[in-house]
Design a protein around this ligand. Sequence first.
Ligand code: GTP
Ligand code: MG
Length: 149
Amino acid sequence: VEETYIMVKPDGVQRGLVGEIISRFEKKGFLLKGLKLFQCPKELAEEHYKDLKGKPFFPKLIDYVTSGPVVCMAWEGVGVVASARKLIGATNPLQAEPGTIRGDLAVQMGRNVVHGSDSPENGKREIALWFKEGELCSWVPIQAPWLRE
Ligand code: GTP
Ligand code: MG
């Protein structure tokens, strides 16, 4: 099954947007498998964003993601990775379409409120990185037959 790692970044937590952001994925019909509030250590932030190491904004990005608690989420569903990226919107919130999370709720790349995995492989990698085995649940929501025929 396809899974994606979604994270409300510290600005989203500080601004009280956690409920709003979770709600968008819930309403869409994806399955929540893991959820926690977490203070990310620097080493984990660096591992998570290791592909961006060497970019000029990398140190600022690590400061940003570790500046306060984040909300870590694992979501499951057919096509969830690409769909979540669409729900989130473009990296630069000023270019993100209205209706997307970043398009509706953010103005700056360095304060873009949410993260979403960019491929199914990275979805699996990031969920394994941010969650321990016992923190994830497999369950069948009562609405399942009303979401998929
Ligand atoms: P994530 O879902 O957080 O991974 O964002 P993304 O996939 O839309 O963008 P990318 O993985 O390329 O960059 C990761 C994060 O680094 C972005 O969400 C931004 O917070 C930050 N970032 C990326 N590019 C820039 C930039 O040019 N300037 C600044 N200040 N931050 C950037
Ligand atoms: Mg990314």
